[in-house]
Ligand binder design. Structure first.
Ligand code: PMP
Ligand code: GLN
Length: 381
């Protein structure tokens, strides 16, 4: 294993999911729903397979139906207009979109400012690109970015800001004011912005605002989203990038040599999913809001300090009430102690001490599963 990757080991999601399986625990670690998305969308995938749509290499940028649907979705929800031909790129999940964007846009030695705690693939992909990660720490309890701190982190080597809103793992959602402040800094220092918005439809407080829509941002922003979270088919791995044509062309140049193209039949199904009526998106969000409230209440009752998330399907908690154990040790022992698996936020910080007492739970599970998990956690005492 080369030096760039050696530091990253096995991702925490694989480790904790394996532990959950081994111990027969309820897995509230890795974020994936235990209920599939709409049946009509699954049927659309079956139909595509049967009709031979996408069974051979689809077009490099994605099938035209999906590119058009991504553009129409961005216009419907945010008033953003993108050319399906040149400003939309289909990727193998948001994960490939993140990798391709960073590999395409960074030079070795460039600095990338990213919020921490950060989604683990950010750090690995920045390293693969030979660039340097510079964390802007979001601090409990509200996990807001401090714009003065952000300004102070910018150097002549800063090339790119890597944003994530709604934010995994803290659930923070950037406000219009915060986004304007970040955009102003990007314009002032001529920075690129890569923004991971995979939880765009899971905002419970306020609303999701894409930074690409702000003045001066269109030409410097690569926006990333994914069907996995919104349509509850995380295994299909259909994601996408939108942005100004030259930026999307750059990301596409990298994508050619990563996957060449993304799986065909699912693209047709997700094209249909993106045209579901507004009620689908509202119901999905409101259903998740109830689950958030159910888990938050249970975690509080069990003794955790809960940081109420504004978005995503994760709750970050503080485990200090249980003693001085660090989050990693706590999560490695939790399945044996009570039959529930979670994820330690400490691995999402450059300095694990910063997240020493933070543990993340997902609530994208059936109510009865969450209820059972909460009962088990209550025995922690
Ligand atoms: N970004 C964030 C913030 C995530 O939580 C995830 C997890 N799914 C991804 C990207 C990856 O998305 P995908 O499964 O579409 O590759
Ligand atoms: N995004 C999900 C999470 O944060 C799953 C990530 C993964 O398995 N790579 O848990």
């Amino acid at each position: 294993l080369n030096r760039r990757l050696a530091a990253f080991g096995t991702t925490i999601f694989a480790e904790m999911s394996a532990l959950a399986v081994r111990t027969g625990s309820i897995n509230l670690g890795q974020g994936f729903p235990d209920t599939d998305g709409p049946e009509e969308i699954r049927e659309a995938a079956v139909r595509a397979l049967r009709e031979g749509k996408g069974n051979q290499y689809p077009p490099g940028p994605g099938v035209p139906e999906l590119r058009a649907a991504v553009a129409a979705h961005q216009e419907r929800f945010y008033g953003l207009t993108w050319s399906p031909e040149t400003e939309v790129l289909v990727t193998t999940g948001a994960t490939e979109a993140i990798a391709a964007s960073l590999l395409a846009l960074l030079e070795p030695g460039d600095e990338v400012i990213a919020f921490e705690p950060y989604y683990d693939s950010y750090a690995a992909c920045i390293a693969l690109a030979g660039a340097q990660r510079v964390p802007l720490t979001l601090r409990a309890p509200a996990f807001r970015p401090d714009l003065d701190e952000l300004r102070a982190l910018i150097t002549p080597r800063t090339r790119l800001l890597l944003l994530n809103t709604p934010h995994n793992p803290t659930g923070a959602v950037l406000t219009p004011e915060e986004l304007s402040g970040i955009a102003a800094l990007a314009v002032e220092h001529d920075l690129l912005v890569v923004t991971d918005e995979v939880y765009e439809h899971l905002v419970f407080t306020g609303a999701h605002h894409p930074i690409a829509a702000l003045p001066g941002m269109r030409g410097r922003t690569v926006s990333i989203s994914s069907s996995g979270k919104t349509f509850s088919y995380t295994g299909w791995k259909i994601g996408w990038v939108t942005g100004d044509a030259p930026l999307v062309a750059a990301v596409r140049a990298a994508k050619q040599y990563l996957t060449f193209v993304s799986g065909g039949p699912f693209q047709y199904a997700i094209a249909e999913a993106l045209t579901l009526p507004d009620a689908f998106f509202t119901d999905f969000r409101e259903g998740m809001r109830r689950k958030r409230d159910l888990l938050a209440k249970g975690l509080r009752a069990a003794g955790f300090q809960v940081y109420e998330p504004e978005g995503t399907y994760f709750i970050t908690t503080d485990i200090s009430p249980f003693g001085d154990e660090d989050a990693g040790a706590f999560c490695r022992a939790l399945p044996e102690r009570c039959g529930v698996a979670a994820v330690p936020n400490s691995v999402f910080y450059d300095d694990p001490e910063a997240g020493r007492s933070q543990v993340r739970f997902t609530f994208c599970k059936k109510d009865e599963v969450l209820e059972e998990a909460v009962e088990r956690l209550a025995r922690l005492g």
